[in-house]
Design a binder for this molecule. Sequence first.
Ligand code: MRU
Length: 348
Amino acid sequence: MIHSSLRTVEWKDNSVVMIDQTKLPNELIYVTYTDYQDVAVAIRDLIVRGAPAIGVSGAFGLALAALQSTANTKESLLEDLEKARKVLHETRPTAINLAWGLEKIMNVARSANDVSDLKESVVTEAKKMAEEDIAINMRMGKHGSQLFDDNDTIMTHCNAGALATVAYGTALGVIRATKDSGKKIKVIATETRPVMQGSRLTAFELKHDGIDVSLIPDTAVGYSMANKLVSKVIVGADRILRTGHVYNKIGTYQVALIARQHNIPFYVAAPLSTFDLKSRPEDVIIEQRKASEVTGVAGKKTAPDDITVINPAFDMTPPELITGIITEVGVAKPPFETSIKKLFESQL
Ligand code: MRU
């Protein structure tokens, strides 16, 4: 069994332990938090990132907030938790998993009997969510691996791996499962400017696990596809609408467009917790990040002073560019409005 030994986030002795992803690939360092405010800063500053990983980190943050609270009635403890939920939620607006993870913990808190029951049950629920994330990724991997063939070269963008989840990964989980099923595969990772999740994290993670990976600049996607270096694409997602519109790392849309031009299948892998069945495209907030991510490289200025910068962290890939959406309960194929509905109905 190929199983990444990287564990991104974990609950240990009433504290949250996570890999500091800003230090990768140069150092593999773990940080420990006992204050939910520090977890919020860690999410905002990309110490932990990736939709499922921030969902679970948000849940752990709320569990810390419950333990930190000195409230002696359930009602005042719920008030403290509501404040913490807001602080954690405001860190990153696009990935729906964060709101999902926080809401799940709030629901458990609301149905607790008293203060001590509440504290115990939110910790138990957050730990359960972390374990379920790994099991879900492995189930997703099994479904997805059937779509990939021996000798495929698979392009991926950003990092949708162990480092974007609790462990194993979504898109990279499918790649792990495909290799595990005995098929020979290679991966091409885009570097994913400006934060370099592809080169810093995906290349690191796949190398760490002995999976054949080549790194390309984002600008070489067209070249690689035109020269038949790529047989399929797989990416993760931060939010998927019921219509099959997929929000993922900036640049995903370009990759999908070029894949379509060259008739290359384009797959998305994401758990059901990444689906937002209520919103329409105009409701989704695209996170805009700071200019310094674009005006410098590794601490060195690469743009003139006071240049105007546009730095969206995510883009939307329309359903017509997507071949299939892989989830833990099966693969949705076009037309997505019908197939996504069926996947959710199968869970009732
Ligand atoms: O800004 P990031 O690094 O949090 O963006 C992450 C992505 O866009 C991932 O592709 C997405 O969250 C899916 S992770 C399984």
